[in-house]
Design a protein around this ligand. Sequence first.
Ligand code: CP
Ligand code: NVA
Length: 328
Amino acid sequence: MKRLLSLTIQWARLLEELNMEYPRHFLDLDRFNKKTLRKILSMGVYFKNTPLSKLTRKPLANKTVAMLFEKPSTRTRVSFEVGIHQLGGNAIILDDSMTQLGRRETIADVARVLSRYVDGIIIRTDNSEKLEEFQRNSSIPVINGLTNNSHPCQIMADIMTYEEHRGNILDRSVAWIGDGNNVAVSWVHAASKFSFKISIATPPDFGLPTDVISWAKNERCALKITADPVQAISNADLVVTDTWVSMGEKIKKKNLSLLEPYQVNSDLMHKAASDALFMHCLPANRGKEVTTKVLDGTQSVVWDEAENRLHAQKGILAWCIAENQFLE
Ligand code: CP
Ligand code: NVA
């Protein structure tokens, strides 16, 4: 009996270490251990580098994945749908007018019903609580396709993109300039999990959520926070920005003039390392958070970044949904 108990504990520890419990959700980077995120990323790189015809076994064969969008999307929707097909699965798109998550019936009930039909679900929602409630009631993997609080799939693609161009991101310096939004939060999570330095420059009113700052401190993450974009960008290896108004934010409530000094333009880019890269998750507002010259300039890798959503997410899909033998 004692032996059985000890074996069970050892097995549980192993699963925990590899984040291998089922269902395997992809909710936020801060919930993962470093090893698992590296594994997911390397699976994405493998899918990118392996022609589809050479994939002897399709990891999502006979699997169906639903995608539920409460907010607009181009990249997330299309890259996931294409990725699911390329891995041998079927995708079903559910837009909010159809499902009316939490309005037509409770979120828990939708989660229970979909768990009986499909093998995984990707959710983009305006409220991260809805994602949490869904996953608590779901017996299938749930993937975060963006919430008001985070955008983890994006950052997996971004890390893949950085490493393709410049090698391992370990100990490199990333500068986030602009609004302390959902994408910035996932960048901070990634800084701890992939061991790089991050400087966040935002106007004081638009800083990172305090719980994220406390988490980063606890994790001993190399996070610097400043209101000065020049200080944050100095010698950075990678410069990142995003829209000043995220989907669902009330534009009238935000004094956008406070963000104007945070525009990533050529003058500011010159303060970064001479071989620094520029990233933006897109959609971009040219002439607002970034100038056209920077977005279309030689340091910008935004199109590779957009492409890598497809490849990185194939790694995520396979990790979450494929049978265990694909993960060995
Ligand atoms: N970057 C990103 O998530 O783009 P979409 O909003 O178009 O999906
Ligand atoms: N911060 C942006 C990201 C869009 C992909 C938003 O939430 O609208």
